[in-house]
Design a binder for this molecule. Structure first.
Ligand SMILES: Cc1cc2nc3c(=O)[nH]c(=O)nc-3n(C[C@H](O)[C@H](O)[C@H](O)COP(=O)(O)O)c2cc1C
Length: 248
């Protein structure tokens, strides 16, 4: 899977229009792909199910929803984000449109003792409906999310998707390490309640780590990843969640 290429093509299909039906083979290939997805933490039990969109509260015109269930321990939210982004990018490679859908609920909020976390709605789309020029997408300026040498990756990782486009990340490049923070401006209130924002933003950080690693690998960096627990509350602006020691 060339994940890097798909970063440029993927986009959120907030409403699915002009959809095709997924074939049985395509669904089987998706199931097979899901089995290959790498977690950030293999100690956290997860399950990923595919159900018709109509069996969920998501009504965006998708055919199916991919449901993520997890043990709710350690950093399970960013683990799901990291796994889900591999699927999001795979879907784009197969011309299957996707929408991370935080506000959705499935019929079963538990599966085999694991809790429901989030869903991605999907539908087969014509290839011309995918993103043509990623650089036109609305994102924070680079200076707000990256300090230090951009390494040709900062201008790409900027386009990582996030809940409500909040982009809760900040990277400091020290010259040999990338320090990755979850960033939340204290006191800044959006439309979502604070605990919800933190829930989604932890998923966003997992998504971001996967895109960051994809870009590092594309630029031929080798790296060693160290993860940190993300336990701060909203009084803290920057929470260090990962460190990548890198070299070329
Ligand atoms: C964790 C997560 C949850 C999201 N939840 C919703 C949602 O509930 N409803 C929705 O319309 N879009 C949702 N989105 C899509 C974002 O709004 C979208 O990714 C962001 O605006 C960036 O746009 P792009 O994905 O087209 O690059 C979600 C995205 C993420 C990553």
């Amino acid at each position: 899977m060339d994940y890097y290429k798909q970063i440029f093509k993927r986009k959120s299909f907030h409403i699915f229009k002009d959809t095709d039906k997924l074939t049985g083979d395509e669904i089987q290939e998706l199931r097979d792909f899901i089995k290959t997805v790498k977690p950030l933490n293999a100690e956290i039990k997860t399950e990923i199910c595919i159900v018709p969109e109509k069996d969920t509260t998501c009504k965006r015109g998708g055919e199916f929803c991919i449901l993520f269930y997890s043990e709710t321990k350690d950093e399970y939210l960013r683990n799901i984000g990291y796994m889900g982004e591999q699927i999001d990018l795979y879907l784009a490679s197969q011309n299957i449109g996707a929408l991370w859908f935080g506000i959705g609920k499935p019929k079963d909020i538990k599966v085999n003792g694991l809790d429901y976390v989030i869903m991605i709605s999907i539908a087969k789309m014509p290839v011309d409906k995918f993103r043509k020029d990623m650089f036109k997408s609305k994102r924070k300026p680079l200076s707000e999310i990256w300090n230090g040498d951009a390494l040709k990756i900062a201008e790409i990782v900027r386009f990582t998707p996030s809940a409500c486009n909040t982009q809760p990340w900040l990277v400091k490049n020290t010259g040999c390490e990338l320090m990755v923070y979850r960033f939340k401006k204290p006191g800044k209130r959006g439309i979502m309640p604070a605990d919800k924002v933190r829930y989604y933003n932890k998923i966003d950080m997992g998504i971001f780590l996967f895109v960051l690693e994809t870009c590092l690998e594309h630029e031929n960096f080798t790296y060693e990843r160290t993860l940190f627990a993300d336990t701060t509350d909203d009084s803290v602006e920057r929470t260090l969640i990962a460190k990548y020691s890198y070299c070329k």
